[in-house]
Design a protein around this ligand. Structure first.
Ligand code: DLL
Length: 435
């Protein structure tokens, strides 16, 4: 464990959280007009925050609020104290911009060191970092964390799959950091190139995140590479990767001495009790440049507060199945892409390379899944393909309660992603049912 706070008694942790929350409220109230207005509208003053229970009285912040104050309108420090800026690409409208002071960088590096320490990464380890470097927080986040723990970091960034494999082999990489979809792609290309994964590579653990991964995909990566699967979770608005990290027992611990989590009902905004599924909300309590109160992540999860076998007392979040806005509503039934992926990983003959295509037929939604078959099934011919298709359709109906049309495609024909995978093509009207 990198820092003993990770296993501190809850009362001690909560005292720290409260003190930091109170400081943060003072800070945003007096320094950011947006927050002053929001607090005033709710009739709450920073001094009214007397216990952690009072958190639920505070206003929410959304991605739209960040966009409305583009680029630096919610920063609490003058620009001469900002030492780093990141931004998310943002498919619609303006990007979201985040900034860090020197102190914020120290916090980020600390939580990344804690992340890597989940499997004791340190001197002697070679971290092959294939998260994108640049405005995306994945590359630089892992980079600084790996240096902090004393590992050697290879800043390979995304793309150039064959060259990555060569470097991983020749430099003796022991740790792989990338999106789960890219790890699968690396495995696939490695096999094509004639490598034997477990023999030619020394990867002992992987830090996979930035997108959801089904249980099936996790098992596949563990099995193919022979590695310990560690999950990395985070978002740029809060800090980047390092908001939560998976321990060797598979529990995703939130570094809540810096980021206080809540789960709310997306519709009503009410806080839900532990064990209930809802939208994850974070309040940062140590950030300086861009502290953020009750940020609505749109990620759907469940919180648990029982102690973990690893000794950490930090709150555990279940892996994010998808974002509330990724959730597809198909003829009234809620479907997450990761549920489709899970079915694909259960059925032999397919690969987890797929695209979900949504369309409308009359008033009804039509969901089609294009999925690559494996080389063997493809070679087995039409009979095998028809049987596979029928089986997949049946499994989808059993698991997702909807009729899914399956289109089998040749191995290696769907586009591969070097970063976050793009899984959905929605051809329905803009005002269709997608929420
Ligand atoms: O994806 C930060 C990151 C980089 C996390 C590297 C982990 C590893 P953003 O680009 O701002 O930041 O995207 C944040 O990605 O709200 C989730 O929807 C999704 N996400 C991140 N980690 C996971 C995960 C980075 N482990 C958004 N499982 C978040 C599922 C994840 N979704």
């Amino acid at each position: 464990m990198w820092n003993e706070i990770e296993s501190a008694p809850r009362e001690e942790l909560e005292k720290i959280q409260l003190r930091r929350l109170q400081d943060t409220c003072q800070r945003v109230y007096h320094l950011v007009p947006f927050y002053k207005k929001k607090f005033d509208e709710l009739g709450i003053k920073p001094a009214d925050v007397r216990s952690l229970e009072d958190l639920k009285r505070l206003p929410f912040t959304t991605k739209q609020d960040l966009r409305d104050h583009y680029p630096f309108g919610l920063f609490t420090v003058p620009m001469d104290q900002v030492v780093r800026i990141h931004s998310s690409s943002g498919t619609t409208g303006k990007p979201t911009v985040v900034g860090y002071t020197k102190h914020d960088m120290e916090v980020w590096i600390e939580v990344m060191a804690r992340t890597l320490s989940m499997v004791d990464v340190g001197p002697g380890d070679v971290v092959h970092n294939a998260y994108g470097y640049g405005l995306f927080t994945g590359g630089l986040g892992f980079h600084y964390g790996a240096e902090k723990v004393g590992a050697a970091v290879v800043p390979s960034s995304g793309g150039f799959t064959k060259r990555q494999l060569l470097l991983m082999k020749d430099f003796g990489a022991t740790i792989l950091a990338c999106t789960p979809s890219f790890a699968l792609h690396l495995a696939e290309v490695a096999k094509e190139e004639g490598y034997e994964l477990k023999k030619d590579f020394k990867i002992r653990a992987g830090f996979f995140g930035a997108e959801p991964a089904s249980q099936g995909l996790r098992e596949e990566l563990k099995e193919q590479w022979g590695l310990i699967y560690c999950e990395a979770y985070g978002l740029s608005e809060i800090i980047g990767p390092g908001v939560a990290a998976g321990c060797p027992y598979g529990n995703l611990h939130i570094f809540e001495d810096h980021f206080i989590p809540e789960v709310i009902d997306s519709e009503t905004g009410e806080v839900l009790p532990d064990g209930e599924e809802g939208e994850l909300v974070f309040t940062t309590v140590t950030k300086q440049a861009l502290p953020i109160i009750r940020y609505r992540t749109k990620d759907v999860t469940v919180l648990h507060r029982e102690p973990c076998k690893c000794g950490r007392t930090l709150t555990v979040m279940e892996s994010v199945k998808g974002r509330a806005d990724d959730m597809l509503i198909v003829n009234g039934v809620n479907v997450f892409p990761s549920q489709v992926e899970h079915v694909l990983t259960k059925v032999e003959g397919t690969t987890p390379n797929y695209v979900i295509v949504l369309d409308k037929k009359g008033v009804l939604d039509k969901l089609e899944v294009w999925v690559e078959v494996d080389d063997k099934t493809f070679a087995d011919g039409i009979g095998a393909l028809e049987a596979l298709k029928a089986r997949l359709q049946q499994e989808m109906l059993n698991d997702l309660y909807i009729n899914v049309k399956i289109k089998l495609v040749e191995p290696k024909t769907l586009e591969r992603s070097m970063g976050k995978a793009k899984r959905i093509i929605d051809k329905r009207d803009a005002e269709g049912l997608k929420k």
